[in-house]
Design a protein. Sequence first.
Length: 358
Amino acid sequence: MLQNNVNDKIDILGLNMEKMKEVFSIVGLKKFNASQVFDWLHNKLIFDFDKFTNISKNDRETLKKKFHLPILEYRAHQISEDGDTEKFLFELKDRKLIESVLISHKNRHTLCVSSQIGCLLGCDFCATATMKYERNLDTSEILLQFYYVQNYLSERGEKLGNVVFMGMGEPFLNYDNVIEAINILNSEKGQNFSKRNFTISTSGIIPGIKKFTEEERQINLAISLHSVKDSVRNEIMPINKKWNIKSLKEALLEYQKKTGNRITFEYILIEDLNCETKDAFELIAFLKNFSCLVNLIPYNPVIGKPYKTPSKRRQREFYDLLKDKNVNVTLRETKGQDIAAACGQLKVKKEMNSLNEK
Ligand code: SAH
Ligand code: SF4
């Protein structure tokens, strides 16, 4: 149940209120102490036991003896030329690196968080896939990405509006920690951040989609589709060999039936692969029974990969074909390309630099 224990100390940040109360009663603290500590950590975002001024010195000593506060060491920050995309590189307790991306549109801020260090799924177009998979992130490590950036924004009187699990990793392969982090962020005594403002993006992990269908009604679901043909998906997304388009479609129709939620489909446009006219018509046919939004994303080039971004004209033509058939569709501007803001690329660059330095 308790993760991330260091020298037998419990990671206090990853505990929801109920668990905190339970553990506090075991270590000799009062249940109301849990409300106070939860407020310092998840509402005030203060991560120093000595600053918990409404807790007696004795109890603070118990906290220090029994619990530890995980940290996220900020390592690098890059801002795109237009200033709308900012990338944060963080170091974890085991010195592994993860990243979060802040995308701003006027005063609306969306944070793209990581759920794992690396990813096991090996999509051929994705920078994260070229890194070594290390492990799932703990609940607290997911929370800290949010808290760090929330603190950063609060210095200029602003705050986060949305959170998307579209950074490094496959969130449905770290289901429990992702959902627990969302629940803690959602709790009234914490950030009170609406579940409707979260989106989980999956490459198509069917058991995860099924569990999510049963358990979660408010969090948004996005699917990395990229093609509706098994032959193409098999080539670029190995996960399709395990769960193909047919099983994905069945699971999503069930999700839609049970939740009534609109699904977002992410579709990367890759030249000569998935954005010809016939691909648009096949996509339209696939979408027929869905209430959805299609998010077209021009491919963000990854060093060493053969894929190309289609011309602006081709992107627009593909968009128009969908639009003409009344598909709810957006064409994303390629944002933050100058800082390589696609999935995983800051970390790759950093590792390459450090290799070069040696
Ligand atoms: N593993 C999850 C979430 C993280 S990836 C998933 O695959 O859905 C988040 C999104 O970034 C996915 O839609 C993914 O396909 C997309 N992506 C990955 N590499 C990209 C690239 N080079 N250019 C554009 N989008 C990319
Ligand atoms: Fe993993 Fe998503 Fe990248 Fe595929 S696109 S390798 S699932 S992070």
